[in-house]
Design a binder for this molecule. Structure first.
Ligand SMILES: Cc1ncc(COP(=O)(O)O)c(C=O)c1O
Length: 428
């Protein structure tokens, strides 16, 4: 297969980006690549190179890019108007579908991003509990707000439960409001929760943390100890919602939180996310059903945007069709298993970690179970692997393969050929 060539047009665009954007980027993936179009399981760059796409817009495009049925409802909605601020039919129908599908969802409040959704979920839990501290897990990602950017990727982590801020500019005071526990270590997490239960307003967790599946009993144990002390448990399902199962990770792993955040898939590639939760917690958004000091105003110009809601509704309808999840899981399992087999045969110490719809490889012989074990993996080798795949027409995120319903047998074959060539190159 031809190596990737970069045209003058793409080079010019990259230079222009560096002139007007910090770091020459949107802040997302680090590579100098300009994507100009996507269709089904593939994208194309400004040089005309085509890639099988496992970046999938960082996850929203579960059913593939530019799905004709989604495009049709989007065009219809655009012709009728793109935003109203007032209630709109598409947002109401989408809220109804989220309540039907997601076990913990009695009510839904829309936001524009997953960051806002986790931010409001935490604020709601604190309003309900009338306590300020939150507990999150080391390595867990909940977006970019001040509480989320605590021990998300600490280079030199403090001892538990002391947080390490991940960004400049976060007020020092926030560090006193966040406790950190190790993912997949129920005993330590339980001890921290029990020691601090009087101060805790919420526990937030990605039920599948980045790429780490929960150990059997971990989520159940966290559910038990939070319920015992009346602390709201929030599942951040921005990634896992409608991806691991129609009802999300709470269905897939069989544990129901009190609230969850949703995003990515539910908006079909547009900016929309949501907080969903039980009746009591969600009543804090309603001035008429909560005490005055318990009211939580939540306003966003584009919240529940009708174009995004229409795209999300159609995406969910497509996901409800016979055999969709079987297909996503079959594609993901094939790629996961084949990659692990090739690495084993080449005697490269590595493990492919995750679930079928979302996984990646860690270049280490250590078991990957929590954030600190992920630090043992060889990041440079992963970066090289990613570059080798890119040169062979396979695009992925820096640390993720997202699988799409739209990936075809030809896409999978091209990927397997790229895996074989990349594993070969890593070994030489
Ligand atoms: C688990 C999780 N929570 C929250 C977010 C933040 O969502 P957004 O990028 O829409 O702000 C992300 C984004 O990737 C995420 O993966």
């Amino acid at each position: 297969m031809a190596e990737r060539t970069i045209s003058q047009t793409e080079t010019d665009l990259i230079q222009r980006a560096h002139r007007v954007m910090p770091g020459g980027s949107l802040g997302n993936i680090g590579r100098d690549i300009v994507i100009t179009e996507g269709s089904a399981g593939r994208v194309r760059d400004a040089s005309g190179n085509e890639y099988v796409d496992y970046l999938l817009g960082s996850g929203p495009m579960l059913i593939g890019h530019a799905h004709p049925e989604v495009n049709e409802v989007v065009r219809e909605q655009v012709a009728k108007g793109t935003t109203f601020f007032a209630n709109n039919d598409q947002a109401i129908l989408l809220a109804e579908e989220l309540v039907n599908a997601v076990a913990c969802a009695d009510k839904v409040r829309f936001t524009s991003s997953g960051t806002e959704a986790t931010f409001y979920a935490l604020r709601t839990a604190r309003a309900y509990r009338k306590r300020d501290k939150i507990l999150k897990f080391e390595g867990g990602y909940h977006g970019m707000h001040d509480y989320a950017l605590m021990s998300m990727s600490p280079g030199a982590p403090h001892d538990f439960p002391r947080p390490t801020p991940d960004s400049a500019g976060i007020p020092r005071a926030i560090e006193d409001e966040v406790l950190i526990a190790p993912f997949n270590d129920l005993q330590t997490a339980r001890t921290i929760i029990e020691r601090h239960h009087e101060e805790l307003g919420a526990v937030i967790v990605e039920p599948f943390q980045r790429l780490l599946p929960p150990k059997p009993g971990f989520l159940q144990g966290i559910r038990e100890v939070t319920a015992q002390h009346g602390i709201p448990l929030i599942f951040d399902e921005v990634v896992t919602g409608f991806r691991f199962a129609y009802g999300g990770a709470q269905e897939f792993y069989g544990v129901e939180p009190d609230m969850c955040s949703l995003g990515k898939v539910i908006a079909g590639g547009f900016p929309l996310a949501a907080v969903a939760g039980n009746e009591e917690l969600m009543s804090h958004f309603d001035a008429s059903s909560t005490e005055t000091d318990g009211f939580l105003p939540q306003i966003g110009t584009l919240s529940g945007n009708p174009v995004a809601a229409a795209a999300g509704l159609k995406t969910l309808e497509i996901l409800r069709r016979e055999g969709t999840y079987e297909r996503i899981f079959a594609t993901g399992n094939r790629l996961k298993n084949e990659l692990q087999r090739m690495l084993d045969e080449a005697e490269i110490p590595a493990s492919v970690v995750g679930e079928a719809p979302l996984f990646d490889v860690f270049f280490t012989d250590q078991e990957i179970i929590d954030y600190r074990s992920t630090l043992l993996a060889d990041k440079q080798m992963l970066a090289r692997f990613n570059e080798l795949l890119l040169a062979r027409g396979v695009l992925k995120g820096d640390t993720k393969f997202y699988i799409s319903l739209a990936h075809t047998a030809a896409d999978v074959q091209q990927t397997l050929d790229a895996f074989a060539a990349a594993v070969d190159a890593l070994n030489s």
